[in-house]
Design a binder for this molecule. Structure first.
Ligand SMILES: CC(C)(COP(=O)(O)OP(=O)(O)OC[C@H]1O[C@@H](n2cnc3c(N)ncnc32)[C@H](O)[C@@H]1OP(=O)(O)O)[C@@H](O)C(=O)NCCC(=O)NCCS
Length: 215
């Protein structure tokens, strides 16, 4: 049977991902199956009010992955994204990568699974990307960067050469991480903010140059 793609989460980014899938001109070897969301009614409302007729198949909690199912999680919040993805993986769910045809990925890159790479994103050379990572519109990952599991890079982010994002980092729109900087687990770099120095795990960094919200 043809594998069917199922999106986890039916929020705003899910609608963008449905569009992304429709733009993958040479359809990969699966068909679009529908979405799962724990708030099934809200999800159906979001989709129908925006003219998206896709089916909400059920809740993430209750869904038993079928052999031909392939998943991708569309939840932007890294902690929630990892928790939901790991719940499905624990039930033997298999994940695929969705890469927009306009995205560029250079040589020597290593990609995990459950990754979404949006229109015009650029991943240059020797980049290592973990599982369940989102790289949104026109975001870039420079040479030798390491992007940990569950990271979300919002639109127009710039992660520059040899920088490392540990597990679950969230970068707001237009955030930058300068060369060689390490951003700790579950840290947040706010929209338009620049991390010039290492960021500790769990910290929220804001502004230019970035300062911790807690300090
Ligand atoms: C970092 C962020 C999560 C902080 O959110 P928050 O904890 O709710 O913070 P608040 O909105 O209460 O703001 C706290 C203070 O930080 C400032 N601040 C918030 N975000 C900032 C940013 N990105 N850069 C500079 N200052 C910022 C606020 O002005 C406020 O300052 P004040 O106390 O002097 O008024 C959020 O502001 C952000 O940047 N989110 C990213 C959104 C985004 O890009 N999403 C992707 C597209 S969906």
């Amino acid at each position: 049977m043809t594998p069917r793609l199922i999106l986890l989460g039916a929020g705003d980014f899910a609608r963008e991902v449905i569009w992304l899938v429709s733009e993958m001109a040479t359809t990969p070897d699966w068909e679009f199956g529908g979405l799962l969301d724990d708030d099934r009614e809200r999800a159906a409302q979001i989709l129908s009010s925006n003219g998206f007729g896709q089916r909400v198949l059920g809740t993430i909690d209750n869904y038993i992955p079928q052999q031909d199912d392939r998943f991708v999680c569309t939840i932007g919040n890294p902690k929630a994204k990892l928790a939901v993805s790991e719940r499905i993986a624990a039930r033997d769910g298999k994940f695929v990568n969705l890469i927009h045809p306009s995205a560029a990925i250079g040589p020597g890159c290593i990609l995990g699974s459950g990754i979404i790479v949006c229109r015009s994103a650029v991943i240059t050379t020797n980049v290592v990307i973990g599982n369940h990572v989102h790289i949104n519109l026109a975001a870039t990952c420079g040479h030798d960067t390491v992007i940990g599991d569950g990271c979300t890079l919002s639109a127009h982010c710039d992660v520059t050469g040899h920088a490392t994002l540990e597990r679950g980092v969230f970068l707001g729109s237009h955030a930058s991480v300068t060369p060689g900087v390490r951003v700790g687990e579950y840290a947040v770099v706010g929209a338009g903010s620049v991390a010039f120095r290492n960021v500790g795990g769990g910290q929220t960094l804001l502004g230019v140059p970035g300062k911790s919200l807690l300090s």
